[in-house]
Design a protein around this ligand. Structure first.
Ligand code: PAF
Length: 274
């Protein structure tokens, strides 16, 4: 696997490489990321990963400084997964001057996670567009665990007519159902044992909706109460339309249940499509 940190070196390495498929990450890779790398292989002949902890998408009181950085381990995992090229820029490589031109996503950036993480999706869209411009892939893979992020990137790619196919990768879960996430490493043993509760509640809501319930607000509040009793502090549990993350309107619109909640200092997000 080739590793490049300078933009010019990466561009030179990607000349005449055929169809490039790109998987951006912030490192601290787990089986969920590796599954995205494996899915990427089906969409191109050169798989490019990136590792960059993007300061722009973290709020002032968020975990940018303590975000786990495990570069040597990550490189070994990517090489074992058959990734061809790793782009691992430093902050000076990617942001040699303050990033004053940014991508401003529309109203979707202010709902759900955006309501609780102001500016987050601006930071994500800005770095992803910049990475797209650097790597110039024909396809890119993003995990469905970050459902709203995937939608922001899909919509940005379509509206800005970027010639990139956006592929959504399924969430990978531990045996007890917990969605794999770099932030799971922050959990204490007791919190880790409690953490799958979130996914169980999402499943309960899905089962209730499948059995015909449409009182979504009641279902959301029941789940929030269940989490609160178990010691969680919940930002949202929300039943939304898959197409635009708006509140359900039609009877037959495909739905998704999304949640973000904190166990101790760790904020976990998850979702389940119906
Ligand atoms: O999902 C992530 O890891 C990040 O938000 C991304 C897409 C790599 C942008 O920094």
């Amino acid at each position: 696997m080739q590793i490049h940190s300078a933009i010019a070196d990466l561009r030179a390495a990607l000349k005449n490489r055929g169809r490039v498929v790109f998987v951006p990450t912030m490192g601290n890779l787990h089986a969920g990321h590796i599954s995205l790398m494996e899915q990427a292989r089906a969409h191109g002949n050169t798989v490019v990963a990136s590792i960059f902890v993007n300061r722009l998408q973290f709020g002032p009181n968020e975990d940018f400084d303590k975000y786990p950085r495990t570069f040597a381990d990550d490189c070994a995992k990517l090489a074992a997964a058959g990734v061809d090229v790793l782009f691992a820029p430093t902050e000076a490589d990617l942001y040699p001057e303050p990033q004053e031109y940014t991508v401003e996503p529309p109203a979707i950036q202010n709902i759900l996670d955006g309501e609780f993480r102001p500016g987050h999706f601006r930071g994500v869209a800005t770095v992803v567009l910049k990475l797209f411009n650097i790597v110039q892939p024909q396809a890119a893979v993003f995990g469905k665990k970050d459902y709203q992020q995937l939608m922001v990137i899909r919509n940005m790619t379509r509206q800005l007519a970027l010639p990139i196919a956006i592929v959504g990768g399924e969430t990978v879960r531990a045996e007890d159902g917990l969605a794999l996430s770099s932030r799971n490493g922050y959990l204490s043993a007791a919190e880790r044992a409690e953490a799958p509760h979130l996914y169980r509640l999402l499943n309960d809501i899905r089962a209730a909706i499948r059995s015909g319930r449409t009182d979504y607000a009641v279902l959301e509040n029941e789940a929030i109460s269940g989490l609160t009793v178990a010691g969680w502090k919940t930002d949202y549990v929300a039943v939304r339309q898959q197409s635009d993350l708006a509140m359900p309107k039609g009877v037959n619109a495909p739905l998704v249940v999304l949640a973000a909640s904190r166990l101790g200092n760790t904020r976990l997000i998850d979702n389940i499509e119906i």
